[in-house]
Design a binder for this molecule. Structure first.
Ligand code: NAP
Ligand code: G4F
Length: 338
């Protein structure tokens, strides 16, 4: 019988890639999205007719219960969240409502409607924050550095608690940063790839960034959603670090992105003190041994390949379909940048 998966956060980066993996696996895919006055379906437009949408909001318990009753999923992937760290300092209460209490609401809805539903929670490496050891693994202590990180710790521990209290099949992926051409423009990878292309095409003069020394373990979102699906196919639920095991700085990110376009980032990037965070997570590096051994999961896309893919996609979007290695791009026609 065809299984149904309900994905919250379907309109986000991960929701769109996960929907593709689930469709490949033969699922009926239902995405939960909240009502807004403008359409936010850009990332799933190519899936129109292949997935269904149901309206629901993590702030509204009744809508979650109704979504489960209406769609009767075997698996729920909870990807919805206020996911941008700087916003969590401006809107700490709202971030807690979405990103922390939203998890309670959906787990309670599952308990009420059908406790056999398998549940995936999108936990985050931001929970490790001011790291106590490196690399970080499933047993590493949490020391979050933002209201977002604190909210994710709540959602993570609640998932563990519902597994232990009610015997729910509830699993968490402690995912390190994962990126793609579908990444939101406010996150640093996409800000850099989009910004570098704008400079190359003469659409912008420079790119203002915050802390260039911060290091992240960056992987490809398309690889990470496979791990999410695998986590719900095991005999027993658990928590898994999902990471590449390689860390790079924002500075290296700039080097690769601008370099792909034949530019030196030092000529175009300026540090804006307003973009430095009140409390920074300096260095994240994940140890995904458990995911490798128990799930058979491996990342396929490395850092340079990822950044190149993102630069090329932004170039195609902004520059009329050209790839960065197109010889015409190097010619004067496209070299209007100062
Ligand atoms: P994203 O692109 O920001 O997408 C977030 C999604 O959540 C969007 O679909 C958004 O809908 C939805 N949403 C926000 N508030 C909601 C609410 N109140 N009710 C219903 N939906 C709501 O995030 P992402 O990068 O795909 O990440 C997916 C999840 O993984 C998030 O929980 C994030 O915190 C977590 N995570 C991400 C990473 C990463 O590196 N990407 C790493 C670790 C953990 P709208 O379109 O309506 O705004
Ligand atoms: O791309 P970021 O905004 O991602 P951040 O804060 O690590 O959070 C992302 O990954 C988490 C997993 O660890 C997710 F849970 C979370 O939802 C989100 O997807 O920033 C990365 C680093 C930071 O150290 C930041 O200070 O880049 C540094 N940075 C330097 N200049 C900048 C900028 N970040 C942004 N967004 N914009 C800048 O101009």
């Amino acid at each position: 019988m065809q299984r149904t998966a309900l994905v919250t956060g379907i309109t986000g980066q991960d929701g769109s890639y996960l929907a593709e993996v689930l469709l490949e696996q033969g699922y009926r895919v239902v995405g939960m999205s909240r009502r807004s006055s403008t359409i936010t379906n850009e990332r799933i437009a190519h899936l129109a007719g292949k997935i269904e949408l149901v309206q629901g909001d993590l702030l509204d318990q009744a809508s979650l219960v109704e979504a489960l009753k209406e769609t009767r999923p075997a698996e729920v992937y909870n990807l919805a969240a206020q996911s941008f760290v700087p916003t969590s300092w401006n809107q700490p209460v709202l971030t807690g409502e979405f990103t922390a209490l939203g998890v309670t609401r959906i787990l309670e809805a599952i308990r009420q409607v059908d406790p056999t539903i398998r549940f995936y929670q999108a936990s985050s490496s931001e929970m490790f924050g001011k790291v106590t050891e490196s690399p970080q693994h499933e047993g590493t202590a949490f020391h979050p550095r933002s209201p977002y990180g604190v909210a994710k710790v709540y959602g993570h521990l609640l998932t563990v608690n519902y597994r232990e209290s009610y015997d729910l099949y509830a699993a968490s992926g402690i995912c390190f940063n994962h990126e793609s051409p579908r990444r939101g423009l406010e996150f640093v990878t996409r800000k850099v790839t989009d910004g570098a292309v704008r400079v190359k095409l003469g659409l912008a003069k420079d790119l203002r960034l915050g802390n260039l020394d911060a290091q992240r373990d960056w992987g490809f979102a398309g690889d990470y959603v496979r791990a999410m699906w695998l986590m719900l196919q095991q005999d027993q639920p658990g928590d898994y670090v999902i990471a590449t095991g390689q860390a790079h700085s924002v500075r290296e990110l700039c080097e690769v992105a601008f370099g792909r376009l034949g530019l030196d980032y030092r000529d175009h990037v300026t540090v804006d003190p307003a973009l430095i965070r009140p409390a920074e997570v300096d260095h994240l590096l994940g140890d995904a041994t458990r995911a490798r051994t128990e799930l058979g999961w491996e990342p396929k896309v490395g850092f340079e390949q990822l950044v190149t893919m993102m630069v090329d996609a932004d170039l195609a979007r902004l520059g009329g379909g050209r790839r960065a290695d197109d010889p015409v791009l190097a010619s004067s026609m496209y070299s209007r940048a100062p």
